[in-house]
Design a protein around this ligand. Structure first.
Ligand code: NAD
Length: 360
């Protein structure tokens, strides 16, 4: 049966980088006989201009009927001054909601070839950096009720509620354990169980869920310590699972350490719905249309799509090896350029990776 992939190029550099990712997908399809059916739909600013809304119904339906969705990026100055409820970012939040995506997977990986870009001392990253942060995406303090602002005793007070049900914790824990099974089989659950009741429940449920995955080594860490350990000794982590708020902060921290925003992919997963794959960077309007964007985060998003939605780790590795090959040979886009390397544009970087696909 055909695997349908919906591509949402979006705005800014989105179309440039997804064009390269699409070429890679088609070639992987030829190499592995995946029977892919690629289709495109509009999201974000592009959809506002064409359809008057950042998330047209046709896009929702195309994505829902797919096996996976690949997104470029949305947004740009052109749409910055329109009504907040109709901005491009609404399209992104909307499609995540429509697809019921509750798990966000963000790898922070440092390719040995890009060590110069890393923000940590060489003696620290010398041990390697390859972490997957699994963040709960739809619960916790960002959505908990009650929330609000009011006057009490003559002064303004504001409050939010950090709340998780055990089923919410169990489903994200399962995603994290399953992710760990596909990697180094080590999972660190991050919480603040020494202070927060909600974290104690989190810890209890993750510990219970561990019984379903006897091969995975589970540890727990308080979030303040995790923030320190990420910069002190990142090589100790394989998969990290944590709540929405803590994951928001830690996934950015882990990513920035690598020093190359144009290199990092991400995945958002639901239970039975198609996963959404996208680079972590935005639409980079400052370089859009100039053939300067780094397409490798989009290409590595394809690798995640192959691994997590199509369950084709073999094809995913082929894509990752092609990316590593172009880096090893010294090709760099402007954002990761260094002395002695060969600078190439977006299309050329894509072409070089394509050429190496399946030959590494
Ligand atoms: P950004 O990630 O777009 O850009 C930050 C800096 O990194 C810029 O200098 C940009 O040129 C550079 N950069 C980003 N990706 C690159 C790549 N692939 N290759 C080379 N350089 C790259 O963040 P921003 O400037 O804060 O936001 C720009 C727009 O993107 C805004 O409209 C914002 O709302 C939107 N945005 C969208 C998403 C998304 O679609 N998921 C995420 C973040 C921001």
């Amino acid at each position: 049966m055909a695997n349908t992939i919906t591509i949402l190029p979006g705005d800014g550099i989105g179309p440039e980088i997804t064009a390269q990712a699409e070429l890679i997908l088609s070639r992987v399809d030829e190499l592995y006989g995946l029977d892919l059916r690629l289709q495109r739909a509009r999201l974000g600013g592009e959809a506002i201009d064409a359809d008057g809304t950042p998330l047209p119904q046709a896009t929702v339906e195309a994505c829902q009927d797919s096996d996976a969705v690949l997104l470029g990026a949305v947004g740009g100055p052109k749409w910055d001054n329109i009504d907040k409820a109709k901005r491009p970012e609404r399209g992104l939040l909307g499609i995540r909601k429509e697809l019921k995506l509750f798990a966000n997977l963000r790898p922070a990986q440092l390719f040995p070839e890009l060590q110069h870009a890393c923000l940590l001392r060489p003696d620290i990253v010398g041990q390697g950096l390859d972490i997957m942060v699994v963040r709960e995406l739809t619960g916790g303090i960002y959505f908990g009720k009650p929330k609000g602002e009011e006057i009490r005793n003559g002064e303004r007070v504001a409050y939010n509620t950090m709340i998780y049900t055990e089923s919410e914790v169990r489903r994200i824990a399962r995603v994290a354990f399953e992710t760990a099974m596909k990697r180094g089989k080590r999972l660190c659950s991050v919480d603040k169980a020494n202070v927060l009741e909600v974290s104690q429940l989190w810890r209890d449920v993750v510990t219970e869920t561990a019984k379903e995955y006897p091969e995975v080594e589970l540890s727990h860490m308080y979030v303040d310590n995790a923030a320190m350990q990420l910069v002190r000794d990142p090589s100790q982590f394989d998969v990290v699972v944590t709540s929405n708020l803590f994951g928001d902060i830690l996934s950015d921290e882990a990513a920035v350490i690598t020093g190359s925003i144009g290199m990092l992919p991400s995945a958002s997963l639901g239970r039975h719905n198609p996963g959404l794959y996208e680079p972590i960077h935005g639409s980079a309007p400052d370089i859009a249309g100039e053939d300067k964007a780094n397409p490798l985060a989009a290409i590595l998003s394809v690798a995640m799509l192959l691994r997590y939605s199509l369950e084709r780790a073999d094809a995913a590795k082929t894509v990752e090896r092609a990316v590593q090959a172009v880096l090893r040979e010294g090709y760099r886009t402007l954002d990761i350029m260094e002395e002695g390397a060969t600078q190439v544009g977006c299309a050329e970087m894509g072409r070089l990776a394509l050429e190496r696909l399946g030959k590494e």
